[in-house]
Design a protein around this ligand. Structure first.
Ligand code: F6P
Length: 552
């Protein structure tokens, strides 16, 4: 067994700390947030943390000092800190793929030393960052010319999963810092509509494609990249010699990049110790760097690094990712919560939760431990959410009065971005909504309070809010590149903590493979009517129906 297969570790639910938590949970039953706040006037002060620019308020959680102590002790007994240190040291903690997990090296300062198999990887990280910087400057300044000698006006990133969600999310988040004379688009879906809509109004002579794929074998990305190349050649009326000025690649796989027809001189490298969903601060962020500029990109990396250092060194009681991870564990295991909502009160963070879905659900959607044994406890939650206040007029009803407990993160910023001009005046209303939601979810409205408002008796149950719906509030002064980096690192490490606690490998994603294999088998049945051996009755009937509908 690999050192991090950890078959010899005592199972989580057999640890004495687990038993202590179970008993504690039973004792706490019925204790609500109104009582917890009434008992401790300093609760808000004590249950908050400052990490870099992030202010975290976790007072509105169904926990006491004892809960937090017991959870921290469980994490210690489960070896979370040991695994964290092994990750930072570059050990191969991704045991099913025998890989190191070193996204933290992507934001390490130039003089740091982080070794994988005895080799310091930091110089290579910075060499790629320097090449990216050069590329971004050339595109932004108009020095990078297309085949016909015209400067680039639109950059189209083609990638999927981690090779799309990160740059697309961060581009949106920092849109107010982007070069407004350039246009950026992100194509991921193998549905031709995605590429069609992205390029239909573009001039190929002024368009540059970044093909972003760690493996460079992902069918969606390669299919879209080939179609984009066809579009370019047809539009330019030129031969393959025109590709070099309009296509660059980001990948770990130089061989496949060359096979595709992109000059490896136009390839930006990263490494197998960077997981796809942990990669947007690698060369996968090339489109983002081009949009926001190298200085902002490096500021973002510094933000990541700040939280990396916090996670690595802060004492457990004040360690934000540890705390958030443990709170999530507490609700999943001891309150039967199946989901976790992330609700940014910032339009710029409109893709933030979609990004976190991959980060969290691809990492911790696992049912066996590192040694391959089924786990007997809850693992990763369903992560979802959209920006407030839109969600308030859609699904918050369920959060307030439904039968499910869904812990939520409320994110907001004190300063609206300068560019909004007079629209900045709307910001206080936005933030009042964030604060109101946290308050309503936590403390609800009792039947007595509803009655006291003169509500007719038959309506009282409908207008009562049970409260005790936990939230974490994360506030920062403004949404800068550094703050974005800090936020993402916070969630990355939260996900790490939970995976380590549950004893699962957060860094593989075998669960996406079966669908890929089956799609490959089914495609010829759709196109040519080929027999698919062993196809079930339902799927073969659907294949037949599909072919009929397509007139085949
Ligand atoms: O969906 C599986 C996955 O492997 C993700 O983990 C990854 O981010 C995505 O596909 C894209 O992979 P690639 O960057 O190799 O194209």
């Amino acid at each position: 067994m690999n050192a991090y297969g950890e078959a010899d570790r005592v199972r989580l639910d057999r640890l004495p700390q687990w038993k202590a938590l179970t008993e504690h949970r039973a004792r706490l039953n019925g204790v609500g947030l109104r009582e917890l706040f009434a008992d401790d006037p300093k609760r808000a002060e004590r249950y908050s943390l400052q990490v870099g620019d992030l202010h975290l308020d976790y007072a509105k959680h169904l926990v006491t000092d004892e809960t937090l102590t017991l959870l921290t002790e469980l994490a210690e007994a489960a070896g979370v800190a040991e695994l964290r240190d092994a990750m930072f040291r570059g050990e191969r903690i991704n045991n099913t793929e025998n890989r190191a997990v070193l996204h933290t090296a992507l934001r390490a300062p130039r003089d740091a030393v982080i070794e994988v198999d005895g080799e310091n990887v930091v110089p290579a990280v910075h060499a790629v960052l320097d090449r990216m910087t050069d590329f971004a400057r050339r595109v932004r300044s108009g020095a990078w010319l297309g085949h016909t000698g015209r400067p680039i006006r639109t950059v189209v990133n083609i990638g999927i999963g981690g090779s799309d969600l990160g740059p697309a999310m961060a581009y949106e988040a920092l849109r107010h810092r982007t070069a407004r004379d350039l246009d950026f688009r992100f194509v991921s879906n193998v549905d031709g509509a995605d590429l069609h809509e992205a390029v239909r109004d573009l001039d190929p002579a002024e368009t540059l494609f970044i093909v972003a794929s760690k493996t460079f074998t992902t069918i969606e990305t390669i299919t879209n990249a080939k179609a984009a190349r066809e579009w370019l050649l047809a539009g330019l009326g030129a031969g393959p010699e025109s590709v070099a000025a309009h296509f660059v690649a980001v990948s770990t796989n130089a061989e496949e990049v060359a096979r595709f027809g992109i000059d490896t001189a136009n390839m930006f490298e990263f490494w197998d110790w960077v997981g796809g969903r942990y990669s947007y601060d690698s060369a996968i962020g090339l489109s983002l760097m081009t949009a926001i500029g190298p200085e902002d990109f490096r500021e973002m990396l510094d933000g990541f690094h700040l939280v990396d250092e916090h996670f690595r060194t802060a004492e457990p009681e004040r360690n934000a990712p540890l705390l958030l991870g443990l709170l999530g564990f507490w609700y999943g295991q001891f309150h039967d919560a199946q989901a976790h909502a992330v609700l940014p009160y910032s339009h710029y963070l409109s893709k933030f939760t979609a990004y976190l879905q991959q980060l969290d659900m691809e990492s911790n959607g696992k049912r066996v431990d590192r040694a391959g044994r089924p786990v007997d406890w809850q693992t990763g939650p369903v992560v979802w959410g959209t920006p407030g206040t839109n969600g308030q007029h859609a699904y918050y009803q369920l959060l307030h009065q439904g039968t499910k407990l869904i812990p939520a993160d409320l994110l907001g910023f004190a300063e609206p971005v300068a560019e909004l001009g007079p629209l900045r005046d709307q910001h206080d209303l936005l933030m009042a909504n964030l604060l109101a939601q946290g308050q309503a979810l936590a403390f609800g409205r009792t039947a007595e309070e509803v009655r006291a408002d003169g509500v007719p008796e038959e309506q009282v149950p409908h207008r009562t809010f049970p409260g005790d719906r936990p939230t974490t509030t994360i506030l920062a002064a403004s949404l800068t590149p550094s703050v974005l980096g800090q936020l993402i690192a916070l969630y990355e490490h939260k996900v790490f903590v939970q995976g380590a606690l549950w004893g699962i490998n957060s860094f593989d994603q075998w669960g996406v493979e079966l669908g890929k294999v089956l799609a490959k088998r089914i495609e010829p049945a759709l196109t040519e009517g080929a027999e698919v051996p062993g196809l079930d009755g339902s799927t073969s009937a659907l294949v037949r129906r599909y072919r009929e509908l397509r007139g085949r």
